[in-house]
Design a protein around this ligand. Structure first.
Ligand code: ZN
Length: 466
């Protein structure tokens, strides 16, 4: 008598792919399968999985790569609204980072309305999901559109089907009160969305940068984050203005000031950290604070090169963001991979796997979600990307897959994306949203914003005397 194994019923089986797990053993499984039931991964193995599972739906990965959903550590969805804007040709080009804020971003953000926040959330999420991103951290700046704006951003993200941590970027550059209003919007959103941990879009607290906030706001943000168990993020030492301002006013460098205020910790994500000293890096490492690295944005703004290899050496957890610039996560990974080699003039700096980890498990750790995201493991959320590279120049094997991802993969290869076991992108098409219609709407909103920019064009010259 032949005993037949009873096959388990599941909702989805993905097979015929090279499974890059990034699990603690760093298994890469050739001709592997992933069994998914509802929103979770129930099994990963070799073969087609059909001898063990009966699935409602089977996805053939076509001998492509099955990866954990990519995670973006720092973005500004509204940054995409200025892509290729003709307005750039009308302004005097900034010569440094501070002028960049004064002439571009602080002129734009005062003009932003709720419709811009919503439109940018739609198009930013579309671009991100098409590059394999399943979750990201966004901070919004708009002094004249504070109250309620996070609901508009949430709506856009949910309509595409992604997950995110979102926040309003509190700043006191125009008035002290405005900083507290920014934090109040974060608090409102966190009270609404964070109680349910399974909510796809939740809040965190955000301060713009230490040169635009006073100590009181630092303390208030810290107090609120601890009260709600929410994360905190801030731009740190992106440009020299941040460093000089803090030394002049406080006799301390930004990281030293944050340490003195008791701001740092395992729930804090610092964006950029370019002009940091060795001593400050030690403070970051000891406090367990995380760093979001934005190589392409740093290059665009010509601010310098963050000492990422030194951070890694000190055990600082580093993730990759795009800072609202290029929304293709593969391009950001590749730029990170290359930038530090040329900067150190040492090709050994950063291996392909380093930048892959910096877009997956490292970011999951900084989001305090490493038990759910960042790798393909039994029990984790089914946030998955299927890459189908076309016409590979060299064979795709368990030994070559990391090199293919870091050196060649692009958003064009992203075929299918799942979030919580739900297909949000299939054959490169969005499943939850009419993309053509959405793009028409977004273009109309952007045209209105660009018209307002044309008729504004005023420099925001001064930071309030802080
Ligand atoms: Zn930023």
């Amino acid at each position: 008598m032949v005993l037949r194994m009873v096959r388990q019923k599941i909702s989805l089986l993905i097979n015929n792919g090279l499974v890059v797990t990034l699990d603690p053993e760093m298994r890469v499984i050739d001709n592997g399968y992933l069994a998914i039931d509802e929103d979770r991964i129930v099994d990963i193995g070799k073969g087609d999985g059909k001898d063990r599972y009966v699935a409602e739906k089977v996805i053939d990965a076509g001998k492509g790569i099955i990866l954990p959903g990519l995670l973006n550590a720092h973005t500004h969805l509204y940054g995409i609204l200025l892509r290729a804007s003709p307005w750039f040709s009308k302004i005097e080009p900034p010569t440094d980072f501070h002028q960049n804020l004064q002439r571009i971003w602080w002129v734009l953000d005062v003009l932003l309305r709720h419709e811009d926040a919503y439109a940018s959330a739609l198009i930013g999420s579309i671009e991100l999901v098409k590059s394999g991103v399943t979750m990201f951290l966004d901070t919004y700046s708009g002094p004249n559109s504070i109250a309620g704006v996070l609901d508009y951003i949430e709506k856009g993200i949910r309509e595409v089907g992604l997950k995110a941590l979102i926040s309003f970027e509190a700043t006191q550059r125009r008035s002290l009160r405005e900083g507290f209003e920014g934090l109040a919007e974060n608090e409102r959103f966190i009270r609404k969305n964070n109680r349910d941990k399974s909510n796809p879009v939740r809040g965190l607290f955000c301060l713009h940068a230490s040169f635009t906030v006073k100590d009181e706001l630092f303390k208030k943000a810290r107090e609120l984050a601890s009260k709600y168990g929410a994360l905190l993020t801030i731009h740190a030492e992106e440009g020299m203005i941040d460093v000089m301002h803090n030394i002049e006013r406080y006799g301390l460098r930004p990281i030293e000031r944050m340490e003195k205020l008791g701001f740092l910790g395992n729930d804090v994500i610092l964006a950029h950290v370019v002009h940091v000293t060795r001593e400050e890096l030690s403070i970051i490492a000891k406090s367990g604070t995380h760093v979001a690295h934005n190589a392409m944005s740093n290059m665009l703004n010509a601010v310098g090169v963050a000492p990422v290899p030194e951070m890694i050496e000190l055990g600082i957890n580093v993730g990759i963001g795009n800072d609202g610039y290029v929304f293709d996560q593969f391009e950001n990974m590749r730029t990170t991979y290359l930038l530090h080699k040329v900067s150190k003039r040492d090709p050994r700096v950063l291996a392909p796997i380093d930048v892959i980890m910096m877009s997956t498990i490292n970011v999951a750790r900084m989001f305090h979600m490493e038990k759910q995201l960042g790798s393909l493991e039994r029990g984790k959320k089914a946030d998955i990307v299927i890459i189908k590279p076309n016409e590979l120049p060299t064979p795709l094997t368990t030994n070559t897959v990391y090199g293919h991802i870091s050196n060649r993969s692009s958003s064009k290869d992203v075929d299918t994306v799942l979030v919580n076991g739900e297909i949000v992108l299939e054959n490169r098409k969005l499943t939850k949203l009419d993309e053509a219609k959405a793009r028409e709407y977004i273009h109309r909103v952007v045209e209105r914003l660009w018209d307002r920019l044309e008729s504004s064009g005023k420099y925001q010259l001064d930071v309030l005397e802080l």
